[in-house]
Design a protein around this ligand. Structure first.
Ligand SMILES: C[S@@+](CC[C@H](N)C(=O)[O-])C[C@H]1O[C@@H](n2cnc3c(N)ncnc32)[C@H](O)[C@@H]1O
Length: 399
C-alpha cells in the first residue's frame, strides 16, 4: 500500500455502515475508489442494478476494484480533476474515504465552490476536504446524499471550524458518526463518517453518534442543532453532556485567558526564567511565589501576577490542577495558560478545576493523541462547575 497516496482501505464493517447510511441510489460515485470496498458494500446492499463510478490515480487499485465490482465505470485518473463521462443516471449518491494527505493548491477551487462565502485558506490544502467539496458540488444540483469518512481533525480541529460552520449552515448534516481508534486495521486514527443531504438548507438537528467496536453499529450520543463551527466528535459531545451544569461558562464570568508566547527553550536563550508545566507540577500546595528582580528583561513575555490562576495547556505528564500566583510577577511559557478572573469569582473558577466534572469535561474538550492539548476557545467555554446558587446570590449582592 502506498501511504503517500493515503491508501488505507475501509474495513468491511465501516463500508457496510456507509452503504446503509447512503440509502438507495441509482448511481453511486467514489472519487478515490481504492480497492472498491465502499462501492462493493453499496452493491452488496442494493444489488447489481446500481451503477457505480470510481476514480483512482493508481492503476493497481483500479484493477483490484474491477475484480469486485459489477456494472462499474472505473476511471484511472485524478478524482479531483477528471470528468465524469456522460450524465450519471437517476438518483445520485456519493461515498468516500478519500486520501488524508496534503493536496495541490490548484485543486482547492472545489472548496470555494462547495462553500460560498468561505474566507481564508485554513484547512483547504487538505485532499480529504477537497474530495468532500467535490462530492458536495456534484451531488447538490440533484439533491443527492454524500456519505464520507473524514479524519477526526475535521470534526474536532479548530482550523476546520469555518468549514464546519458552512457545512452545517449550507447543507443538511444529518449525522456525524465517530469511529473510535482501532477499527481501521492499518491505522490508529479516529475518524468520523459524515452523512450529508444536499437537498435543502442547513440549520437542522444533527445526530452525533459513536460506532460500537463490537458491532459497527452507531449509537446516538445527542441530536442537536450544531452551533457555528462547533465540534462534531462524539467524544466531545459525550463529555459535554456528562458535564452539563446549569451554571455559567468561564467566559460569562469575565475570565480572560492567555498563553505564554515563548517556548521554554526560547525563554532560556533570552535568560528569562519562565514558568513551565514542570514548575506547575512541582508547586507546593498549588501555589507559586515570584522571585523579585530575577527577570530583568521580560521581552514581550506574557507574565502572571498575584491572583492569576495557571493551568497547563498541553503536555503528556502534566498535573491538570490549577496553581495560584501568590506574589511577584513571573513570565510563563507557551505550554501554560494564565487565567485571570475578577476577584469575586476567582475562588469559584479555581475550585471548578478541582470539581469531579472537570475531568470528564477535559476528556472531551482536549485533543491530541500523544499529549492532551487544550485550546483557549474550549477553556473559555468550560462550565464553572463550582458555581452554585449560593454563589449566584453572593454575586448579585456584591455586584
Ligand atoms: C483511503 S483509500 C480509498 C479507500 C476506498 N474508498 C475504500 O473504499 O476502501 C484512498 C485512495 O485514494 C487514491 N487516491 C489518492 N489520491 C487520489 C487522487 N488525487 N484521485 C483519485 N484517487 C486518489 C489512493 O490511490 C487510494 O486508493
Amino acid at each position: 500500500m502506498n501511504k503517500k497516496l493515503g491508501q488505507f482501505m475501509t474495513p468491511s464493517g465501516i463500508a457496510g455502515l456507509v452503504a446503509r447510511e447512503l440509502g438507495y441510489c441509482d448511481t453511486v460515485i467514489d472519487f478515490a475508489v481504492g480497492e472498491g470496498a465502499l462501492l462493493n458494500a453499496v452493491q452488496h446492499m442494493q444489488g447489481n442494478g446500481t451503477g457505480v463510478i470510481g476514480f483512482d490515480v493508481d492503476q493497481k487499485m483500479i484493477n483490484r476494484a474491477q475484480m469486485v465490482l459489477r456494472n462499474a465505470q472505473l476511471i484511472y485518473g485524478n478524482g479531483l480533476t477528471s470528468h465524469i463521462k456522460g450524465e450519471p443516471r437517476g438518483k445520485i449518491g456519493i461515498v468516500g474515504n478519500p486520501p488524508f494527505v496534503s493536496a495541490a493548491p490548484v485543486e482547492s477551487s472545489w472548496v470555494t465552490k462547495a462553500f460560498p462565502g468561505l474566507t481564508g485558506k485554513l484547512g483547504t490544502h487538505r485532499a480529504e476536504v477537497q474530495f468532500l467539496a467535490r462530492a458536495l458540488v456534484t451531488a447538490r444540483p440533484v439533491g443527492g446524499r454524500v456519505v464520507f469518512v473524514m479524519p477526526i481533525g475535521f470534526a474536532d480541529g479548530d482550523i476546520y471550524s469555518r468549514i464546519r460552520a458552512l457545512l452545517t449552515s449550507q447543507y443538511r448534516l444529518l449525522k456525524c458518526i465517530e469511529v473510535p481508534a482501532g477499527i481501521f486495521a492499518d491505522t490508529e486514527a479516529r475518524t468520523v463518517v459524515l452523512v450529508i443531504d444536499t437537498a435543502g438548507e442547513g440549520g437542522i438537528e444533527t445526530e452525533v453518534c459513536e460506532v460500537q467496536a463490537y458491532s459497527a453499529q452507531p449509537l446516538r450520543v445527542v441530536s442537536k442543532v450544531i452551533k457555528p463551527g462547533e465540534r462534531l466528535d462524539a467524544r466531545y459531545h459525550k463529555a459535554m453532556q456528562s458535564s452539563t451544569s446549569n451554571g455559567p461558562l468561564l467566559r460569562d464570568l469575565g475570565v480572560t485567558i492567555d498563553r505564554g508566547i515563548y517556548s521554554r527553550k526560547e525563554a532560556e536563550d533570552m535568560h528569562i526564567t519562565a514558568i513551565h508545566t514542570s514548575d506547575l507540577n512541582r508547586a507546593t500546595n498549588h501555589k507559586l511565589v515570584g522571585s523579585p528582580g530575577k527577570n530583568e528583561t521580560l521581552g514581550h513575555a506574557v507574565t502572571a501576577k498575584k491572583g492569576d490562576i495557571l493551568l497547563p495547556r498541553t503536555g503528556s505528564r502534566v498535573r491538570w490542577e490549577p496553581v495560584i500566583v501568590q506574589s511577584g510577577e513571573m513570565p510563563i511559557t507557551d505550554h501554560v495558560f494564565r487565567i485571570r478572573a475578577p476577584k469575586k469569582v476567582r475562588e469559584i473558577v479555581c475550585q471548578s478545576f478541582y470539581h469531579p466534572l472537570f475531568r470528564a469535561w477535559l476528556e472531551g474538550a482536549s485533543k491530541g493523541v500523544c499529549a492532551t492539548v487544550l485550546t483557549k476557545r474550549e477553556l473559555l467555554q468550560m462550565p464553572a462547575f463550582a458555581f452554585s446558587y449560593s454563589a449566584e446570590e453572593l454575586l448579585s449582592t456584591t455586584s
